[in-house]
Design a protein around this ligand. Structure first.
Ligand SMILES: Nc1nc2c(ncn2[C@@H]2O[C@H](COP(=O)(O)OP(=O)(O)OP(=O)(O)O)[C@@H](O)[C@H]2O)c(=O)[nH]1
Length: 421
C-alpha cells in the first residue's frame, strides 16, 4: 500500500508545459495541501513530448536533484500521469519518493474515505494502481507479508506480492459487490415509495458538504481541503410545501479525475446518475468558476447523468460584494439558479423554496380497490385525496380513481392499488 505523506511533508512540484494533457499548476498546489504535504518549490519547464525514461529531460532531472538536496525535500509530485517505469527511474535517480498526479489524488481519497464502502473503493483503486507498478525487487508490500502461511514454498518475492495483491483485490471486489447490492436495493425502495431524490454535485471544494449540513443539520465532515467528501450520504429533507425529498451528498468532481477512480466510485456516482434533480453547487467566488461548471458537466456526461435537470446553486456569495441571495427563473417560470451562502445560511430558505417549486407537481393518479366492509378506509382517504371516480358494485366492493399527493402514498399501503398512467 502507499505510505501517505505525513502532515508537513516537504514537496517539490514538477510541472511541464506539454502540448497535450495540460494540467493546472494552482490546482496541483491545492491537491498537495489536501494530501497534507507542503509545496516548497515548483520546477517548471516545457517539452514537446515527455522523455520516455524520466518523463523530464536530463537537464531538468539535474535541476530537480539540486533542489531536493538544497531544500531537503521529502517527496516529488509530478503534475502528470507517469508510467510505472518513469516513476521508478525518477525515484532511483533522485533518491526520494515520487508520486504522480493520479497517485496523489488516490492518496487524498484514501485519507478522506469515511464509510466502509468508500474505504473499500479507495483500497481497490490503490491496489490496481500498485499492481501496475510491481516489479522484481519492489518491496512496497514488505510490511504486509511475513505472516505464517502467507508465503508459498519456492515463491520469489515478486510472485508472493502478486499473489497477495490478487487475493486482496478479489476479496475487496466481493465485499464491494455486496455493498453495491444493498445500495441498489435501498435505491429501488426509495423509487417504489416515490420519494424524489436530489443529488448534490459540484467541483471539489464548492461547498456541497457545508450545504448538506446546513440543509439537513447533519454533522458531515467539511474541511477547507479538496475532496472532503468521498461517500454519498443520504438524508430526508422536508420541503416548504409539506413534501419531502431525499438529498444525497456525492464525491467532489475534478478535472481529469483518474479513470481508475471513476471506475472505483461507479456505485457512488450512480447515486447522481439516478437522481431526479441535480443540485449543481458552484463556488461563485472562484476565479475559474465557468471552467469548473464545464468540468463538472463533462464528468456528469461520462457517468450518464448529463440529461438530468439541474438547479445551479451559486454558493459563497458572502465572498462577493454585490450579490444578495436570490433565485433566477427561466422564461417558463422554472427556477434555474439560486444564489446563497451555505456557511452563513443566507438564501437557504430560497433554495428550499426553489426545491418546493420544482417538486410541486407531486400529485399522482391511482386506482384503488376497497373490499366491502372497508368503509372506514374510504373515509380516511377522502380527507387526503381528490376522488376522480367512485364505483361500488353489488357486493359493496369499491373501485376508486383518486388523485393523491406522493407524500400521502403511505396511506394506501393496506389497499390494493394500481398505478394509473
Ligand atoms: N466563505 C464561504 N465558505 C464556504 C461556504 N460554503 C462552504 N465554504 C467553505 O468551503 C470549503 C469547502 O466546503 P465543503 O463543504 O467541504 O466542500 P465540498 O464541495 O463538499 O468539497 P469536496 O468534499 O472536496 O467535494 C470549507 O472550508 C467551507 O467552510 C460559504 O458559503 N462561504
Amino acid at each position: 500500500m502507499f505510505e501517505r505523506p505525513d502532515a508537513g511533508e516537504r514537496a517539490i512540484l514538477v510541472h511541464l508545459n506539454l502540448q497535450v494533457g495540460q494540467e493546472d499548476l494552482d490546482e496541483l498546489k491545492e491537491l498537495t495541501k489536501s494530501a497534507g504535504a507542503q509545496p516548497i518549490h515548483v520546477v517548471t519547464g516545457s517539452r514537446h513530448r515527455p522523455d520516455p525514461k524520466y518523463f523530464v529531460g536530463i537537464g531538468k532531472l539535474d535541476e530537480i536533484k539540486v533542489a531536493v538536496a538544497e531544500l531537503q525535500a521529502d517527496i516529488i509530485i509530478v503534475n502528470h500521469p507517469l508510467s510505472p517505469s518513469q516513476e521508478r527511474n525518477l525515484e532511483k535517480a533522485l533518491e526520494v519518493r515520487v508520486v504522480d498526479r493520479n497517485g496523489l489524488i488516490l492518496d487524498i481519497f484514501a485519507q478522506r474515505a469515511q464509510t466502509f464502502e468508500g474505504k473499500l473503493q479507495v483500497e481497490l483503486a490503490q491496489l490496481k494502481h500498485l499492481s501496475t507498478r510491481l516489479i522484481r525487487g519492489w518491496t512496497h508490500l514488505e510490511r504486509q507479508k511475513g505472516g505464517i502461511g502467507l508465503r508459498g514454498p519456492g515463491e520469489t518475492q515478486l510472485e508472493t506480492d502478486r499473489r497477495l495483491l490478487a487475493v486482496r483485490i478479489k476479496q475487496i471486489q466481493q465485499r464491494l459487490e455486496k455493498v453495491e447490492k444493498q445500495r441498489h436495493q435501498s435505491r429501488s425502495k426509495r423509487k417504489k415509495a416515490e420519494i424524489p431524490t436530489a443529488s448534490l454535485v459540484g467541483y471539489t471544494n464548492a461547498g456541497k458538504s457545508t450545504l448538506f449540513n446546513t440543509l439537513t443539520g447533519a454533522g458531515i465532515y467539511a474541511a477547507d481541503q479538496l475532496f472532503a467528501t468521498l461517500d454519498p450520504t443520504l438524508r430526508q429533507l422536508p420541503l416548504a410545501n409539506g413534501g419531502e425529498i431525499i438529498l444525497a451528498d456525492t464525491v467532489g468532481f475534478i478535472r481529469h479525475l483518474p479513470h481508475e477512480l471513476v471506475a472505483a466510485f461507479r456505485s457512488t456516482l450512480q447515486e447522481a446518475a439516478e437522481a431526479d434533480l441535480l443540485l449543481h453547487v458552484i463556488d461563485a467566488a472562484a476565479e475559474d468558476r465557468d471552467d469548473t461548471i464545464l468540468q463538472v458537466n463533462q464528468v456528469l456526461e461520462e457517468i450518464g447523468a448529463g440529461k438530468i435537470s439541474q438547479l445551479k446553486v451559486f454558493n459563497k456569495i458572502d465572498l462577493l460584494d454585490d450579490i444578495e441571495p436570490h433565485i433566477d427563473y427561466d422564461a417558463d417560470g422554472r427556477p434555474v439558479a439560486v444564489w446563497i451562502s451555505a456557511q452563513s445560511g443566507a438564501g437557504c430558505d430560497l433554495l428550499q423554496q426553489a426545491l418546493s417549486e420544482l417538486f410541486a407537481s407531486s400529485k399522482v393518479i391511482r386506482k384503488c380497490y376497497l373490499p366491502a366492509g372497508q368503509a372506514g378506509q374510504k373515509a380516511k382517504l377522502f380527507a387526503f385525496v381528490r376522488i376522480i371516480s367512485d364505483v361500488t358494485d353489488d357486493h359493496g366492493d369499491c373501485e376508486l380513481t383518486i388523485e393523491i399527493d406522493k407524500k400521502h402514498l403511505g396511506l394506501l399501503k393496506h389497499i390494493r392499488v394500481e398505478a394509473v398512467v
